[in-house]
Write a protein that binds this ligand. Structure first.
Ligand code: SGN
Ligand code: CA
Length: 521
């Protein structure tokens, strides 16, 4: 109504529109956020978003891998429609993305951090993005004015850029839409020297399924290459110097090994930074040299798990500190009440569950993603929702919150009713998932499926033709594929029908499956 009233100054209307601060990290498992579980790490600053807002406990992605998740977030469309099926396929930049719509509607828009594809994001007035995966130490950035390198630790630097833009560059009379995109905690997990020292002394609780033998599962789980013992690399991941391995006369070979896995990140550090890392590296390497040769397979698995968690969680601790800095800035600048703050990840991650690291599967740890939303003007503090929401829904949510019309062909649903606590307006009872990047790193087979709060039905295809069904309530760890269990015959039948309906609703099809197989060759 206000828009029709000539007596209202445009500035006034502008100032009522909410700001959007979209914070996304890369590969941040919900198991590593204390608002979800405090077994591994305390993340007080990220938790604050849920404490003062809403925690989604059943949020998930449509395709658990980096660039496709980002393309889905930007376009509000499933992978098979926006065409960004995997990390390799180019992103069609002629598509409408939600930042373009915000820009057109008079918002100031900016993007800092990891985008993963392209070098000229559309719809943002200002940006500094990492090329590709980016680097933890002294990272390079692509900017509208050319490339630059900044000395320091990536998580701190991205945050400095965000706070500096909010404080110095934005027009304070206009609303903003900021995409604050962390590289952490993506592999290879290089913490800041201080966090490296702190976390390398900690011991973490092992997941129950660390020694999973993949019984009662399909071929895909058995053939995936993401096992901590057999696929996590000595140098690249566990930070064993090549010289240490040489001095030991070699160690048992891995399935894959990067020649410069260690030197890639470490080689970027300057002398002072190296000196700080070296203290911790020396102790890790000495321990490895002394104990590794006499360890049993089980002990080796445990050692690798602890090394993994120490570094992965240390990078998250930096993310948490930096999220705290930004939340403090919002408070100081008086922006808190009318800014929608979202914390999410591009997908979940395995932290030793099923013996794994990485993601890709429709199984819970990688299918689900953290989602915490704060908007004091609209969301009741300390609430939770277990509705099945997806990264597909973000664009329409932000657009509706800003009063901008969403294009008809976006495929998600605005989460605004849920944010406002109105569950009756929310009718979705199942979501659709489709993963494509195979054959490729980690060798997770192509699959699509349907997930409800109770069940998960997935079809693995291409070089297999296998169906899996999990009872999410009775078997939350997804250890038993009950697809052929006669007790589930009715469930199988009804989920097949529902899956067919979802494929039609979202316009996916056997023809498209084949098209993306052909394009991949
Ligand atoms: C790299 C990682 C993989 C990871 C992919 C995709 N290897 O290839 O472990 O699955 O990225 O990650 S690494 O040796 O480079 O660390 S994604 O988040 O970009 O999809
Ligand atoms: Ca990722």
């Amino acid at each position: 109504m206000a828009a029709l009233c000539r007596c209202t100054k445009p500035e006034k209307i502008e100032s009522k529109r909410p700001n959007i601060l979209f914070i996304m990290s890369d590969d941040h498992a919900y198991q590593a956020i204390s608002a979800y579980s405090d077994q591994l790490i305390k993340t007080p600053h990220i938790d604050r978003i849920a404490k003062e807002g809403l925690l989604f406990t059943n949020a998930c992605v449509t395709n658990s891998i980096c660039a496709p998740s980002r393309a889905t977030i930007l376009t509000g469309k499933h992978t098979h429609i926006n065409g960004k099926i995997d990390n390799k396929m180019p992103f069609d930049t002629t598509q409408v993305t939600f930042p373009q719509l915000f820009q057109k509607a008079g918002y100031q828009t900016a993007m800092f951090g990891k985008l993963h594809f392209g070098n000229n994001p559309k719809g943002v007035d200002d940006f500094m993005i990492l090329p590709g995966q980016g680097n933890y130490i002294n990272p390079d950035f692509i900017t509208p004015k050319g490339d630059t390198t900044i000395t320091g630790y990536v998580t701190d630097i991205i945050t400095d850029l965000v706070i500096n833009w909010l404080d110095q560059k934005r027009d304070k009379e206009k609303p903003f839409m900021m995409m604050y995109l962390h590289k952490a905690p993506h592999r290879p997990w290089w913490p800041s020297p201080e966090k490296f020292a702190e976390f390398s002394k900690k011991t973490f609780r092992e997941p129950e399924s660390l020694f999973d033998q993949y019984k009662n599962r399909g071929t895909a789980a058995k053939s995936a290459e993401m096992n901590l013992l057999t696929h996590m690399m000595y140098s690249h991941d566990s930070k064993i110097r090549p010289e240490t391995i040489e001095a030991m006369g070699g160690v048992e070979p891995q399935v894959t090994e990067f020649e410069h896995g260690f030197d890639g990140p470490y080689g970027r550090a300057n002398a002072e930074q190296k000196a700080a890392y070296d203290l911790v590296l020396d102790s890790i390497n000495n321990d490895f040299r002394q104990h590794w040769p006499s360890m049993t397979r089980e002990e080796k698995m445990r050692w690798k798990f602890q090394r993994y968690m120490q570094d992965y969680l240390a990078t998250i601790s930096s993310v948490d500190d930096n999220v705290g800095r930004v939340l403090d800035y919002l408070d100081e600048a008086g922006l808190t009440n009318n800014t929608i703050v979202i914390y999410t990840s591009d997908q979940g991650f395995y932290l030793g569950e099923h013996g794994w690291f990485d993601k890709r599967f429709i199984y819970d740890e990688s299918f689900k993603t953290p989602l915490l939303v704060r908007w004091p003007n609209q969301i009741k503090a300390g609430t939770t929702s277990d509705e099945m929401v997806q990264n597909l829904d973000f664009a329409q949510t932000f657009l509706e919150a800003a009063g901008i019309e969403a294009p008809q062909d976006m495929q998600g649903e605005s989460l605004l009713p849920l944010l406002r606590g109105d569950t009756t307006a929310w009718t979705r009872d199942a979501v659709y998932y489709h993963y494509y990047e195979y054959p490729s790193v980690h060798m997770v087979k192509r699959h699509y499926g349907i997930v409800t709060k109770e069940f998960k039905l997935a079809h693995f295809y291409f070089d297999v033709d296998e169906w899996e069904l999990y009872d999410r309530l009775r078997d939350p760890q997804e250890m038993n594929n009950v697809y052929d269990d006669p007790a589930y015959a009715d469930v199988v039948k009804s989920l097949h029908l529902k899956l067919d309906e979802l494929r039609v609703k979202y316009q996916d099809s056997p023809e498209l499956d084949q098209k993306y197989i052909n394009l991949y060759k």
